[in-house]
Write a protein that binds this ligand. Structure first.
Ligand code: HEM
Length: 353
């Protein structure tokens, strides 16, 4: 592979890591497993190509006195790649490490984002165009095929290898998450997407409002949501754990029927007391549950009491907590993703009222 071809390959593999990494955060259906497979295989390929490049330039690196600014930048970039890969691999093997309050997965995501930004900037400022000889040769083709085959093999052997070594990573879910507190009521980790920290909502004064494109807007006290509808579902948090629970409360589909969905409504927006919101296609949302209890316990405040959303096959951050309103609307809600950031800045999100 030519040096320029190698650099382009490295940049494309980092772009693949970024794309599949971000996509993995919203992947929760069984059919999404390819995203994680591609992310892992791309990481293995990046490791192989970086190893190959290091082997080729090693003689220039050993003499530190001959380093110029480009060598320094190259060494820093290599260190960032190595840290990103190592944090991903150690996490996936079962490494339960916390550094400055963050687990390895959170560090991995932060390092991956920094690496993607650095490579993107470098590409914009300095990339040299590919020439025919950087891509069109039999040797080149064989090298790319060899790296791809080796990466896929590494992916295939990863879980059996971890199992043979007795490492926890062998038993993680296909999303990479580790099991915690399944079927143990509120005894599973509580995380909020950014920093939502509302005051507890009082059960006596709580109301759920259902509005928007409905024939009969509803205004329900908590007792009306304690209906005993149940749903067994797995909350899979992008922070790296999953927990399967029997949730109890009111089926969203039944509430929507009672409100009478009007023609034109395509989505239902689920809003939290903090301003946090997420919106789902109606057909899917009909199967969701508004939970007031988990297992045999009432939902705790940290888990979203008095009412949280249970959205099977969606990632945990979409299971809105402290739900106070449902809104039927038409079309995709483009603003929902940004509410995950600003909800922590509202007086309700900060716990001031
Ligand atoms: C940009 C460069 C990146 C590279 C090279 C990279 C590479 C890797 C590698 C090698 C693993 C271990 C996979 C395994 O062995 O099973 C991993 C895991 C993971 N990465 Fe990345 N990553 C990058 C960026 C990101 C970003 C930006 C995100 C999220 C926004 C992300 C999310 C994840 C997740 C959720 C896992 C755990 C999935 C699993 O265990 O299968 N990564 N990554």
């Amino acid at each position: 592979m030519t040096p320029r071809g190698t650099d382009w390959t490295l940049a494309l593999l980092v772009a693949l890591g970024f794309g599949t990494g971000v996509l993995s955060l919203v992947s929760g259906r069984a059919g999404d497993a390819w995203v994680f497979g591609l992310h892992g295989a791309g990481g293995a390929a990046l490791g192989l190509v970086v190893g190959w490049k290091l082997w080729r330039v090693w003689w220039r690196l050993v003499d530190v006195s001959a380093w110029d600014r480009r060598t320094q930048a190259g060494v820093a970039a290599t260190a960032l790649v190595a840290l990103t890969l190592l944090s991903g691999w150690v996490w996936s093997a079962g490494g339960d490490l916390y550094v400055a309050g963050w687990n390895l997965l959170n560090w991995h995501i932060a390092l991956g984002l920094m690496l993607s930004l650095a490579v993107g900037l470098h590409g914009v400022l300095r990339a040299k165009p590919l020439r025919a000889r950087d891509i069109a040769s039999r040797r080149q083709f064989l090298q790319v095929a060899g790296v791809s085959a080796a990466s896929l093999l590494a992916l295939r052997l990863q879980r059996p290898g971890l199992a043979a070594l007795g490492l926890d990573g062998a038993g993680r879910r296909w999303t990479g998450s580790y099991e915690q507190g399944s079927y143990q009521g509120n005894d599973f980790p509580a995380t909020s997407w950014v920093a939502d920290s509302p005051l507890p909502l009082l059960a006596d004064t709580y109301r759920l409002r259902v509005g928007g494109l409905v024939a009969r807007p509803l205004d329900l006290p908590l007792a009306e949501l304690d209906r005993g509808d149940t749903l067994e579902a797995t909350l899979d948090c992008t922070g790296g754990f999953y927990s399967t629970q029997r949730w109890r409360g009111a089926l969203l589909g039944t509430l929507l029927d009672e409100a009478g969905v009007e023609e034109g409504a395509t989505h239902v927006r689920v809003l939290s007391h903090t301003g946090y919101r997420w919106s789902f296609p109606l057909a899917e949302a009909r199967g969701f549950l508004l939970a007031t209890a988990v297992g045999e316990e009432r939902l705790s405040h940290e888990h979203g009491a008095p009412v949280r959303l249970v959205a099977p096959e969606r990632r945990g951050f979409q299971w809105a907590k402290w739900v106070v309103r449902l809104e039927l609307h038409e079309g995709f809600d483009y603003g929902a993703a940004s509410s995950t950031v600003w909800s922590s800045l509202t007086p309700e999100g900060r716990g001031e009222r």
